[in-house]
Design a protein around this ligand. Sequence first.
Ligand SMILES: Nc1ncnc2c1ncn2[C@@H]1O[C@H](COP(=O)(O)OP(=O)(O)O)[C@@H](O)[C@H]1O
Ligand SMILES: [Mg+2]
Length: 264
Amino acid sequence: MNQTSLNPTEPAIVVDRLSVHYGDVTALDSVSVTVNRGQICGLIGVNGSGKSTLFKCLMGLVNAQQGSLALFGRSSTAARKGRLVAYVPQSEDVDWNFPVSVGDVVLMGRYAHMGPLRHPSRADRAAVDHALERVGLTGLRNRPIGELSGGQKKRTFVARGIAQEAQLLLLDEPFAGVDKVSEATIVELLHDLKGEGRTVLVSTHDLAGLPQLCDSAILLHQRILAEGTPAKVLTHENLARAFGPGSPPVPAATPSATPIAPGA
Ligand SMILES: Nc1ncnc2c1ncn2[C@@H]1O[C@H](COP(=O)(O)OP(=O)(O)O)[C@@H](O)[C@H]1O
Ligand SMILES: [Mg+2]
């Protein structure tokens, strides 16, 4: 099974009435969402609203007690084996003391492409070079991952997803604690990846940046509170329901991020 056998009519993500409980805590309560291919979808909600749990379910790291999900019409396991999906965990979920270099982290994205002995081929090395270049980290290839800034760490994981040539990228709070350069690099990359037909699900607390970043948005609070275009989701009523009193302001309407033609 590989990427070339993808059925073009299957959405990238279909989640159907998914419920997850950790003991007495309900993290997801009958969540149903669809993310169509070739778009950037923003996942928003307060801390504890279930965003990371949803990512972990999509990656098969957490098992739901109820409901089902499909990635490109396949099980999570099949999608991962077919190297269709790449995951950038939130920083808290990564052991940064693990003694591994930036280049090694990116090379991990190639493991599924390698033979059983995991000996990197010339193509694997070229894919790592290319991915590091795209995130602007070529010079840091041999640096231990733990020595990088927050933003550089995120860019390293995004590079791993690029090297993997994944069709779906799951990014859990890639902008949390990152510098402006890293943020701008990641935003530009996500738009480029979308331009290549890839699908991105990204959780973020940056509501103001959502209309420029995303084609669609999902507002989560254990349940789905709203889903659709950023303008449809980011209403005062919805934000008040999700964030309670003192909810963030509705971002000002922005024109769509159409590039200005040269000479215009
Ligand atoms: N491994 C776990 N064990 C117990 N409770 C958990 C675990 N992971 C998350 N939770 C709880 O599940 C809820 C959703 O958490 P999470 O998915 O991390 O939300 P978010 O990413 O939106 O902050 C929270 O109440 C959190 O405390
Ligand atoms: Mg989280």
